[in-house]
Ligand binder design. Sequence first.
Ligand SMILES: [Zn+2]
Length: 376
Amino acid sequence: MRDEYKVEHYPSTITPTAERANSGFGRTPLKLGRGSLTHVETDAQVYLQPIMSLGTYAATRNNWGRAMLLKPLAWAIWGAPLAVLVMVEPSPAVAEVRIFACEPEWAALASEIGGDAVSVYAGTHGRQDPHYIRMRPSLIEHVRRADVLFCTGAGLEDGWLPVLLQLGASASLQHGQPGHLIASEHVRLLDPPSVVDRRPRHVHAEGNPHVQLLPENIGYMASELARRLVVIDPENTETYRQQLSAFQERWRGASAGWMERSSRLAGMPVVAYHESWAYLYEWTGIRQAAAIERLPGVPPTVSHLQEVLELARSAGARAILRAPYEPTKGMEWLSDRAGIPIVELPFTVGGLEGVDNLFDLFDVTLALLEEVHDQY
Ligand SMILES: [Zn+2]
């Protein structure tokens, strides 16, 4: 299985304009409005956001009275200090393309490829469970202003993204447009549903959506994002070309290093709470002896935990892998009885302190797994 994952399969160049004409996300390059808002958020704007969003939220609920009251109120409270701030601070460079990323890994990738030509907003942070995000007004506000939507798909955002698109997104963000970029439509999904296995799947109904932990997938999505950005913002074509090329070169180099480091982890048995790490196992060769959840999204019962304990013991599992938001209760029970540690891995950018970009994500994940391998 490991041999399939060479790190140089994805393109590091952008498809030339002529070949893009029938490229699958719409034949007509969009003319998108730009420049009416500043794209770089100041701290003051961050503070303002909840109040402004309440106005928008009230408006979406047809409560125009509250909306009309809340927005002026927000400006009355925060507007004056903001005005001073704007006058005193040198104006930031105006970014051209606004990217709304559903998860932190795509936000991080968008920053790498877009650089100063884009502004990026992440709809969720690294310590949130991406399966269960509560809709909030600020999400609507950000998606309404976005030129590009960059999400995982495969059902991961089913609980909130469809509503968000309905309430906030322009036509250019809808499916089929270059501004609608869904990772699971561009990479191979593990654990796809089969006709043989008809068990209820709950949160992984379309296959495993946690694609960000395979380095190759990041490479593919970097190329695809650059291809979209060139269509949406042709004036910055050269910038995107250069940034993609520089990123892919660094990414290939780093990926080769990670592959090499991972070789001694091959075969190491672990237990996980959820099927969070399938893509990590694909290239490291780490083997999952059991999952604490009965099925993806279904918490364990006492009898299931007992089975997991037996599987962990017979496989000689070395650790219980935990994403930062996963509940510890079943893990602690298992950890005590099996005598193995709970090891928190970052899962995405921002999942652990010091994991500030995609390179950190893989560096830190591998370092923690190497520690498990060497110490337990
Ligand atoms: Zn999941």
